[in-house]
Design a binder for this molecule. Sequence first.
Ligand code: AHM
Ligand code: MG
Length: 325
Amino acid sequence: MHLGTTLTRFLIDEQRKYPSATGDFTALISEIATAARVISREVNKAGLIDLLGYQGNVNVHGESVQKLDQFANDTFIRFLSHTGFLAGIASEEMENVYQIPDPYPKGKYIFLMDPLDGSSNIDVNISIGSIFAIYRRKSVGPQATMEDFLQKGREQVCAGYIIYGSSTMMVYTTGYGVHGFTLDPSIGVFLLSHENIKIPSRGAIYSINEGNEAAWAPEVRRYVELVKSNGKSARYVGSLVADFHRNLLKGGIFLYPADRKNKNGKLRLLYEASPLSFIVEQAAGKGTNGHQPILDIQPKALHQRVPLIIGSSEDVDEARFSGGV
Ligand code: AHM
Ligand code: MG
């Protein structure tokens, strides 16, 4: 049987193409993929939790069970902290940064993640995802510093996401195109399914939480009226990875603008907006806060929020907002 190109083979082939590549990414992305497989298995079991008789955070066998988002966070840390490639990790699930502990060697990269995004969809069997970004460390010294984490998105050396949907897929870029791999659960291997993804320059879909309309600025309301009158169709999962992934493949625009409830938008700059903007730009799309590319924003805080307008380039060009509400 022909199984197609595995993620590992693809990584090795890519490494050969770029003689300056050190191979660090080959190992790092392999470990990210392993963490993703473990999380995917737990996500798929989530619906059985009640049937299996879990109580509180202990199952019938007396084993402790974590909430899935905490589990995803700990799984990434477990698989990545020993590699020697990272100096520190930041996560939506952790208020402060995680320094790679002794005795593991400290590496030259920084890892940021939203380990399980779309938390409101976990309990109802709807697609959720993980998002990550990798930067080169800037500081020298025993520990990573804030300066290492607060880098402009433009400085990313790798970004990706995993979607736990009708299949599990991993999509990533190292700045040489965007590639997607689908998990074949029967052999536990990611296979190349979407090589060199490009987002159509126009899409037929707009994705925004229209429940927030009363809190929108007039400029946002006018934009949504415009796209409706142009015949766009609405799709909104409420999991950023799922909404983004659909639009990446089919074309479309996703918006979480500033509104009266969320004055800086809702989504996080460093581990949601920036990695997806790096991916979309690599796929010939755009990501902005309404008036500036996300990748040009200088972060000021680890968990900073930002308005996010992302997707097909011509659609994003049309959605220009001052950000005032
Ligand atoms: P979370 O990090 O708590 O999961 O929130 C992020 C999610 C995104 O996945 C999604 O795009 C957005 O929140 C949906 O927000 P809303 O329910 O306000 O439309
Ligand atoms: Mg999130």
